[in-house]
Design a protein around this ligand. Structure first.
Ligand code: FEO
Length: 177
């Protein structure tokens, strides 16, 4: 096995959290779809697909390192929300938790001088900056545009362009290959 059992366990815990995040975003997307926030449901279903991609990255990493990726059961996620804003607040809180967990993983890799895992985790460090920025940017819109029905409609319709803009800013801040 190319990684320590402590790190393998921590990465399996991460797989578990990212799997829960996947389901949480599917549940939020479903609520948005039910209420009629079409832009937001698309946004959260895309977000769920991203989380699932994160799960797979960790699964491949563990299996290729000779450890065993454990695919977890997940708890039923929250299925109802008080407002559209509350869904993005839940998203930001989730991303902040993921950032802490990733930083914890980086700390273990550093402590163990596991350079390969440390480098593997850098992608997630950058991804988390982008994800937190994305949710913060969307939440700012509620402050700027408002919370009445027209504002909700405008925010719901602008999510794809906010995502594209945030991603391209994030890419431009990455070091060139
Ligand atoms: Fe996989 Fe958004 O953290």
């Amino acid at each position: 096995m190319r990684i320590s059992s402590e790190l393998a366990k921590a990465i399996n815990d991460q797989i578990s959290y990212e799997s829960s995040a996947t389901q949480a975003y599917v549940a939020i997307g479903s609520w948005c779809e039910r209420i009629g926030y079409g832009g937001s449901s698309t946004f959260f279903f895309e977000q769920a697909a991203e989380e699932n991609m994160h799960v797979l990255k960790f699964v491949h990493y563990l299996n290729n390192a000779g450890a065993e990726a454990i695919i977890p059961a997940t708890e039923k996620p929250q299925g109802n929300f008080d407002s559209l804003e509350a869904t993005f607040q839940a998203g930001l809180k989730n991303e902040q938790t993921v950032t802490k967990l990733i930083n914890n993983l980086v700390g273990i890799a550093e402590k163990e001088k596991d350079r390969a895992t440390y480098l593997f985790l850098q992608w997630f460090v950058n991804e988390q900056i982008e994800e937190e920025t994305l949710f913060e940017t969307i939440l700012q819109k509620f402050e700027l545009i408002g919370r009445d029905k027209l504002a909700m409609y405008q925010i719901d319709q602008s999510l794809t362009s906010i995502r594209t803009e945030t991603m391209s800013k994030g890419d431009s801040q990455q070091p060139a290959n």
